[in-house]
Design a protein around this ligand. Structure first.
Ligand code: FAD
Length: 385
């Protein structure tokens, strides 16, 4: 006899993907009668990451964003540009602590979502059974943001985006708070793809991060040294205090995570392939995927349909870009400088969103030095299924 508690939907992981999905289910009138369980191994305490994303017009999270900018800087040893994003985009910053508070409050008020802190230790995909340290649960559909155990990246391109960041405050005005620094490649590259970015909250305060595309993770001191040097060399030598630090790793790969969906279990977030392989951005793609899942739930069609947004020709372009950076080791400094020099920023952001039309794609493909991209295209086509 079964002893599992039964739900319509179980969501494993109360992070960006799990909470986005739970909130959308709770808000959707057609789905309000579904009983939902969210499981997470831990209670979120404070801000564990800061999300940036660009968006056209008003967005779902505008009431809780910390800051938004209508301009961005790009710097490298080749070019320096200050680019206006209007009228198409704004670049936005959202602290995870604000996102967790906001989504958890909305879920709590909905009444149809239970939240249990427990660690998932196994699943029976065919039966929809989720086994936790302190109990087990069953549902018709399980969405999981826990990475599958049997990931094998060996026949795909893989690297990490790893980074550290400091929230700092100067005693005097030093930042242009109308513009975020999107990428600054002027730092020592050490045969990797290294850049800093600056997200000003006002003229004195900003989040300054050092990001590296490579498999060689730094110690916290390693990222701290890069950030400290960057602040002194490119921001100001004046006195500042550090309020918070954050560190993280994001996988950048063309691995088809959705192949691990089976039976009643569907992966979401990073575990579902939502991280854009060539940039590491995921937050907006998580929102887009969430919308597709909601459409499937409402229309009672297969959840598999929702993964179409991660596939197709943009996955091919991402794979080519990863091949150029990771396998051919063409410097990111050069590749991104070419793109920012020759392409209209609107088209470039659309491309990074996987939202360009054929003409935009051609413009992008023609912008950087061509040969590595042609070589990359030839190499990646065969393993992509
Ligand atoms: C520091 C950092 C900064 C980032 N910044 C950006 C950014 O600026 N822009 C952007 O687009 N993307 C960014 N990303 C990438 C991406 O948006 C985030 O990683 C995002 O949080 C991914 O969402 P997720 O739900 O897949 O994973 P998470 O948000 O990590 O959520 C997964 C959840 O699953 C839970 N869990 C894991 N294992 C178990 C288990 N066994 N049992 C129960 N629960 C479990 C975890 O506790 C966690 O709460 C960043 C990532 C990091 C790490």
């Amino acid at each position: 006899m079964s002893t599992q508690q039964k739900y319509d939907i179980i969501i494993v992981g109360a992070g960006a993907a799990g909470l986005s999905l739970a909130t959308r289910i709770a808000e959707t009138s057609e789905l309000r009668n579904r009983r939902v369980l969210i499981l997470d191994k831990e209670q979120k305490l404070g801000n564990d990451r800061t999300w940036c994303f660009w968006e056209h017009g008003e967005g779902r999270f505008d009431e809780i964003i910390t800051q938004s900018w209508n301009n961005i800087y790009f710097h490298s040893k080749y070019i320096s540009r200050r680019l206006g994003l209007e009228p198409y985009y704004a670049y936005k910053m959202l602290r995870s602590s604000d996102f967790y508070d906001h989504t958890l409050a909305s879920i709590e008020s909905s009444g149809n979502v239970d939240f249990v802190i427990d660690s998932v230790v196994g699943v029976n995909a065919q039966e929809g059974i989720v086994i936790c340290s302190n109990g087990s649960y069953q549902a018709d559909i399980v969405f999981s943001s826990k990475l599958p155990e049997d990931l094998d990246f060996s026949s795909h391109i893989y690297t990490d985006q790893h980074f550290g960041g400091w929230f700092i405050e100067f005693d005097e005005d030093v930042f242009d708070n109308e513009a975020a620094t999107f990428m600054d490649f002027r730092i020592e590259q050490n045969d990797e793809h290294r850049f800093c970015y600056v997200l000003p909250i006002n003229r004195k305060k900003a989040l300054v991060e050092a990001a590296i595309f490579s498999k060689n993770h730094q110690t916290k001191d390693g990222y701290d040294d890069i950030i400290k040097g960057y602040i002194e060399d490119y921001i100001s030598k004046s006195r500042y205090s550090i309020h918070e630090k954050e560190y993280g790793v994001i996988p950048m790969t063309n691995y088809p995570f959705w192949k691990h969906n089976e039976g009643k279990i569907y992966h979401i977030g990073t575990a579902g392939g939502a991280v854009k392989p060539s940039s590491g951005y995921a937050f907006k793609r998580i929102q887009q995927h969430t919308e597709r899942i909601i459409d499937c739930l409402k229309s009672n069609t297969s959840i598999e349909n929702s993964y179409k947004i991660f596939r197709g020709r943009h996955l091919l372009y991402d794979s080519v870009m990863l091949h150029v950076l990771e396998e051919q080791k063409i410097s990111g400094d050069k590749v991104f400088s070419d793109l920012f020099e020759k392409i209209n920023v609107d088209v470039l952001l659309r491309f990074l969103d996987g939202d360009t039309n054929f003409i935009g794609d051609i413009q992008i493909m023609k912008a950087p030095r061509m040969w590595p991209f042609i070589k990359g295209m030839a190499k990646v086509i065969s393993p992509l299924k």
